[in-house]
Design a protein. Sequence first.
Length: 292
Amino acid sequence: MGWEIALHDGAGDIPYSLPPERHLPREETLRHCLQIGVKALKSNMTPLDVVELIVRELENIPHFNAGRGSVLTNKGTIEMEAYIMDGNTMKCGAVSGLSTVVNAVSLARLVMDHTPHTYLEFDGAEEFIDYTQPIQKDTIKNETETSLANDDSQIGTIGCVAVDSNGNLASATSTDGLVNKMGGQIGDTPVIGAGTYANEFCAVSATGIGEAIIRVTVARDVAAIMEFKGLSLKEAADFVVHERTPKGAVSLVVVSASGEVAMSYNTTGMFRACATEDGYFEVAIWTNTKVE
């Protein structure tokens, strides 16, 4: 058993003809963030801190539909959401409907650590920032001159899962949802057990069509199949992705307490990356097209 980390920055009908300028920057970002995560795990940072660190880094890069790359609803608003969960304690925090917070994942972490609740949304979530310590507020509050609207980014939910050498697990996911979604729509990302989940068996972060992921409770199902059916991580992930959800609807990254890693999808492709303590390192988009 050793540490493992996996991350994604969106999935969907990604054509093989996608021009280099549309995929190379995302691949480079995945490689960059994976290296940051590996360094953090090697320095004994907790998996919970690692997944927050990596998702924050992704939120700060405008290639993805989250944080600085967020897109507009049909009302012309920005409504971000995020979720973070510690598999060891099963503590979690979720937020949605955010318009002025670049690092939604860190606000979710504050909800987890500093409130008796698991989920805050819209005005309640925004107002909660004012009750945190100034350094935390300054870290996650968006600067007024920052432009978040980027309708060119139509895929790009971001997520990270990690496990340390002691089997401690954590997951985090962040998104702004689909371009031109209905104002007020809540996707799978902040719904516990749908787009994100972690317990003593595994940590899961999903991306895809939110409604399909919510209906199947994708992330929790992977963990439940491992727990109650005794399937391996890959078997559980593949079963949920290929047997329980419509084709083209879901992709996920997942790690287990025993040091397994899986990246399963029924979409054309998934921007994904993973690394393991035994030296495996992968950045990829489509099947059998490993970038590194």
